[in-house]
Design a protein around this ligand. Structure first.
Ligand code: 5GP
Ligand code: ZN
Length: 110
């Protein structure tokens, strides 16, 4: 039994509107937004940490960052945005399925 919340959203077991989806990633709104716009960009493949990436995941992550850049204007992020990947306990990671936070829609404090 896979208890991962993002796997369950990927598979439609937990409903969460997908703002974008392709064969590698999907994008949802964070349930507790920390900015006016707060998206989660989630690889469909379940892995916990950057350190667990396999060779093909490196290319997938590169494509994911390019996709974030191309999606940004459609997500209300035309004035810029911040990308964050929390890693492990000290990094504040709470969901152990790699994901990229994308925040914006307003001037973010440093
Ligand atoms: P982390 O702290 O692991 O970097 O980020 C996990 C994020 O996932 C948090 O910002 C949290 O609000 C979000 N989150 C947790 N559970 C759900 C959920 O069921 N739906 C959505 N949309 N976001 C979630
Ligand atoms: Zn997962």
């Amino acid at each position: 039994m896979n208890d991962c919340v993002f796997c369950k959203i990927r598979d439609g077991i937990i409903p969460s509107p997908k703002l974008y989806e392709d064969e590698e990633i999907f994008v949802i709104r964070d349930i507790e937004p920390k900015a006016k716009c707060h998206y989660l960009v989630i690889p469909k493949k379940h892995f916990k940490l950057l350190s667990e990436m396999e060779k093909q995941d490196e290319a997938m992550l590169g494509r994911t960052f390019a996709k974030i850049a191309s999606l940004a204007p459609t997500l209300g992020l035309e004035n810029g945005y911040r990308v964050i990947i929390n890693q492990g306990d000290d990094g504040g990671q709470t969901v152990f399925h790699l994901h990229i936070h994308v925040l914006g829609g307003e001037k973010l404090p440093l």
